[in-house]
Write a protein that binds this ligand. Structure first.
Ligand code: BDP
Length: 710
C-alpha cells in the first residue's frame, strides 16, 4: 500500500514537472484559495529595493484587535512580497524606514471614520485613520498597491467609503446548503460550531476586509427560526468573534413568525405587546452574546414567507417593531422590498412600488429598505427599480446579486461590474438631471445618513470559494464598488486580474477585454433585446415554452408574451403602464418603441415580428442575429483565454478553459431553445446568413426535460 502511495506521488510529481516544462513562464500551481491576496514575490528589482527601504519595522501604538489584524496582514504580505519578516514595534519615535499606523481622533461622520490616508512622512510610510477599521482598510490598500508593484515615492492615497453599510448577504441554510449557491455548500459549519471554529472564517474575513466590506448576514432570507434559538445564537457568536477582528459586523435574517413557531406565542402580530416583548427579550439575549451585533435582515410577505400583513399590518409596522426592539443598541433593521402578490392581472414589475411608496415616511429611522436593483428579479439586464428616488423620506439600500442565479451559475463567465454600474449610473430624474441611483443609495440625493449596499454572496465551500475562478472577480467588484461606486468596471477588472491571475500586461489585456464583454455576450444568447426569464424552477435551463405554474408570474410565457403578432411586454399606457412609475424624462427614454434603446425594447413593448428596428433589421432577424452572435462570441472568449495561457497558473487555466467549453455548449442550447420556440410564433425562417439549428424544438425540449430530471 505504502509503495503504491509513493509511486502515485512520484508519478504525480512527474506530471507536474512535465506541465511546468511545457509551460515555463506559468506561475506555480495555485488552487485559487488565496483570491486576490496572493502576495506573489515582487519581481521588479528596483521596486523591491524601494519597498525594502520601508521594511525595518511596523509601528502600531494601538492594542486593538483590528489594528492587530492589520499588523498581522502587513507582516504576512511583506514576508511574501519582499521576503522579509518585518518586526512590530509600538512607537516609531525618531526611527525611519518603516510603516507607521497613526490613529487620529474621530471627528467626521461614519464614512470619514472608516477612511484612510497613506503617504510618506519623514522617512516612513504613514497609514492614518480615525478608526481601527480605517487603519485596516489602509493597510489592505497599501498591500494592493505593492502587489501591483507600484512605487511608494510619491504615494498619496486618501480614500473614504461613500456608503456606510457595505454588506454581503448569505443565503445559507442550517443544513449546509445555499439557496442559489453554485460553489459547493455553506462555509458555515453549523454542526461543529461553536466548539470548532474553521480557520477558513478568518480568510473569509480577510478577503472582505480587503475590500472594505463591514457587515455580513450569515443566513438565508428565507430564514429558519432556529437562528433565533439560544443554540444558534451561540454558534453565530463564535463566527462573530472572528469577523469582529476584521471590522465586520454580523447580522441575521429573521423568520418573522418566530415568536409563534419558536416562542410558542399565539401569533406574531407586530402590534401585539407580547410579540413585541418577545423580540425585545430576544434582542437583549443576542446582544449579551454578541455585543456588536449588526441587526436584522427581513424578507416578509414575499414568496410565501410570513410577515405583518398576515395580521393586517403593514411592512412599516413590522419593521418598526423590530426597530423598537433594537432601540437600546446600535443595530439596524434591513427590510426587503422584494414583494409581489399572486394577482393574475397584475404586472409584477409594479408590485414593490405599489406596496412601498405609500409607506414612505412611516419607517423608524433605524430601518433601511433594501431594494433589488431591478423591478423584477436579478435578470441579466433590467431597468432600474422605480423605487429608487421615489421614497425620499426612507433610506433605500441597494441589493445586488453576486451569485449567478440568472447568469449561468458557475459555468458561464459573466463579469458583473458593468451590470452594477449600469444600474448605479441610471438617472432617476427625481431631483432633475443627474439624480442617479448611486446618489439615492449613497444618501447624497435625499440626505440619508444611514446608507447601505448589499450583495448576495457567491461564496461556498469550493476550495476557490466561488466555483468559477472568474466569479471571484464579481465578489471583488462588488466590494470595490460598495466602497467607491465611481470606480470603473474596467479599472476594477484590470486590478483584479493583476492581483489574482497574472502580472503580464498582454495577457491581462486579453482577460480584461473578455471580462468586459462577457455580460453582453451572455445577454446575446440568453435574454437579448430586453427579454427576461425569471420563471420558476432551477433558473438555468431554457424553457421559454413553460406556461403552467402555481401562479401566472411563475411561468415563462407571462414574461415574454410571444404570440403570432409579436414579442415583449407592453408596459406603456396601452399595456400595464408600469412606465408611469418613473419620472417623465425616464418614461421618454422608453415610451416610444422607435426610440427605446434596443437592449430595453422588449421590457416595455410588444413589438411585431416584422417591425424594422433601429438596426435596420426586423425584430425577428435582429433576435436571430443576437442569439447567434452571443453564442458565437463564446468562442471569441475562448480565444482570449488561450492567448493568456502561458502567463496563467496551469490549474486555473485548465479550469476556466473547461468551463468555457461548457458555456459554449450551453450558449448554443439557449440560442436554439429561444429561436426554435419563438419561430413557432414568427413563422419565419432563420436569416440566410445564419446556419439554422441542427435540431428540432422537440429535441431541445427533450434535452431540457432530461436536464431537469431528478
Ligand atoms: C429569487 C430567488 C429565490 C430568493 C428570492 C429572494 O430565486 O431563491 O429567495 O429571489 O430574493 O431570485 O427572496
Amino acid at each position: 500500500m505504502f509503495k503504491k502511495i509513493l509511486l502515485t506521488l512520484f508519478s504525480f510529481q512527474l506530471t507536474c514537472m512535465a506541465t511546468f516544462a511545457s509551460n515555463p513562464t506559468a506561475p506555480e500551481d495555485d488552487d485559487g484559495y488565496r483570491l486576490w491576496l496572493r502576495y506573489e514575490p515582487v519581481t521588479n528589482a528596483a521596486i523591491k529595493v524601494e519597498y525594502l527601504k520601508y521594511a525595518s519595522f511596523i509601528a502600531n501604538t494601538e492594542k486593538g484587535e483590528i489594528t492587530g489584524s492589520a499588523l498581522k496582514e502587513l507582516q504576512t504580505g511583506l514576508k511574501q512580497l519582499i521576503g522579509k519578516r518585518v518586526p512590530a514595534i509600538t512607537t516609531a519615535g525618531s526611527r525611519t524606514g518603516g510603516v507607521v499606523f497613526s490613529l487620529k481622533p474621530a471627528t467626521g461622520d461614519s464614512a470619514a471614520k472608516e477612511g484612510y490616508q497613506i503617504q510618506p512622512v519623514s522617512g516612513n510610510i504613514v497609514i492614518s485613520a480615525q478608526s481601527e477599521r480605517g487603519i485596516l482598510y489602509g493597510t489592505f490598500a497599501l498591500l494592493r498597491h505593492m502587489q501591483m508593484q507600484q512605487p511608494l515615492k510619491n504615494l498619496r492615497i486618501s480614500s473614504t467609503p461613500k456608503i456606510r453599510y457595505r454588506m454581503l448577504n448569505h443565503w445559507d441554510n442550517t443544513d449546509g446548503t445555499i439557496e442559489r449557491g453554485y460553489a459547493g455548500g455553506s462555509i458555515w459549519k453549523w454542526y461543529e460550531l461553536p466548539e470548532r471554529v474553521d480557520p477558513r472564517y478568518e480568510d473569509y474575513a480577510r478577503a472582505n476586509a480587503s475590500l472594505g466590506i463591514n457587515g455580513t448576514v450569515l443566513n438565508n432570507v428565507n430564514a429558519s427560526a432556529r437562528f433565533m434559538s439560544q443554540e444558534y445564537i451561540g454558534k453565530v457568536a463564535a463566527i462573530a468573534n472572528v469577523l469582529r477582528k476584521y471590522g465586520i459586523k454580523t447580522y441575521l435574517s429573521v423568520y418573522f413568525a418566530a415568536p409563534k413557531t419558536l416562542g410558542g406565542l399565539a401569533g406574531s402580530d407586530p402590534l401585539d405587546p407580547n410579540v413585541r416583548a418577545w423580540w425585545a427579550d430576544k434582542v437583549a439575549e443576542i446582544y449579551k452574546t454578541i455585543p456588536d451585533f449588526g441587526g436584522f435582515l427581513v424578507k416578509a410577505n414575499s414568496e410565501g414567507e410570513p410577515g405583518p400583513q398576515d395580521y393586517g399590518r403593514t411592512h412599516a409596522d413590522g419593521a418598526n417593531m423590530l426597530a423598537a426592539a433594537l432601540k437600546p443598541y446600535d443595530g439596524i433593521v434591513v427590510w426587503r422590498a422584494f414583494v409581489y402578490k399572486a394577482d393574475p392581472d397584475a404586472d409584477r414589475f409594479k408590485a414593490a412600488y405599489e406596496e412601498f411608496v405609500p409607506l414612505d415616511g412611516q419607517f423608524d429611522p433605524k430601518v433601511i429598505v433594501q431594494v433589488k436593483n431591478g423591478p423584477i428579479d436579478f435578470q441579466p439586464r433590467e431597468p432600474f427599480s422605480p423605487l429608487f428616488g421615489n421614497m425620499p423620506k426612507t433610506p433605500l439600500g441597494m441589493e445586488f446579486q453576486i451569485t449567478q442565479e440568472y447568469l449561468g451559475f458557475a459555468a458561464h463567465a459573466v463579469y458583473e461590474a458593468p451590470l452594477f454600474k449600469e444600474c448605479l449610473e441610471s438617472d432617476t430624474w427625481v431631483n432633475g438631471q443627474g439624480s442617479t441611483v448611486a446618489k439615492v443609495i449613497d444618501g447624497s440625493l435625499h440626505g440619508y445618513e444611514r446608507t447601505l449596499i448589499a450583495g448576495v454572496a457567491n461564496t461556498g465551500s469550493d476550495r476557490n470559494w466561488t466555483g468559477h475562478p472568474l466569479a471571484q472577480a464579481n465578489w471583488y467588484a462588488f466590494g470595490r464598488l460598495a466602497w467607491d461606486h465611481q470606480l470603473s468596471a474596467e479599472q476594477i477588472a484590470a486590478e483584479w486580474t493583476q492581483l489574482t491571475l497574472t502580472r503580464q500586461i498582454k495577457s491581462r489585456e486579453h482577460i480584461v477585454k473578455m471580462m468586459l464583454r462577457s455580460r453582453e455576450i451572455y445577454i446575446g444568447y440568453n435574454t437579448p433585446l430586453g427579454l427576461s426569464r425569471p420563471w420558476m424552477g432551477v433558473h438555468f435551463a431554457p424553457e421559454p415554452w413553460q406556461s403552467r405554474g402555481a401562479r401566472p408570474d411563475w411561468t415563462a410565457t407571462y414574461y415574454h408574451r410571444a404570440d403570432s403578432a409579436g414579442l415583449g411586454f407592453d408596459r406603456t399606457t396601452s399595456g400595464s403602464n408600469a412606465l408611469s412609475q418613473y419620472r417623465p424624462q425616464v418614461q421618454a427614454q422608453w415610451n416610444d418603441p422607435d426610440k427605446t434603446p434596443l437592449p430595453y425594447l422588449l421590457w416595455f413593448h410588444h413589438v411585431s415580428w416584422n417591425k424594422k428596428l433601429g438596426s435596420g433589421r426586423t425584430l425577428w432577424d435582429e433576435l436571430c442575429h443576437r442569439l447567434y452572435s452571443g453564442a458565437d462570441s463564446v468562442s471569441w472568449m475562448q480565444q482570449q483565454w488561450e492567448l493568456a495561457r502561458n502567463d496563467l497558473d496551469t490549474r486555473v487555466y485548465a479550469d476556466v478553459a473547461g468551463r468555457l467549453k461548457v458555456q459554449r455548449r450551453e450558449a448554443i442550447w439557449w440560442r436554439d431553445a429561444w429561436l426554435l420556440y419563438l419561430q413557432t410564433f414568427s413563422r419565419q425562417p432563420v436569416p440566410a446568413s445564419l446556419t439554422p439549428p441542427d435540431r428540432t424544438l422537440e429535441e431541445v425540449k427533450k434535452s431540457v426535460n432530461i436536464y431537469l430530471m431528478r
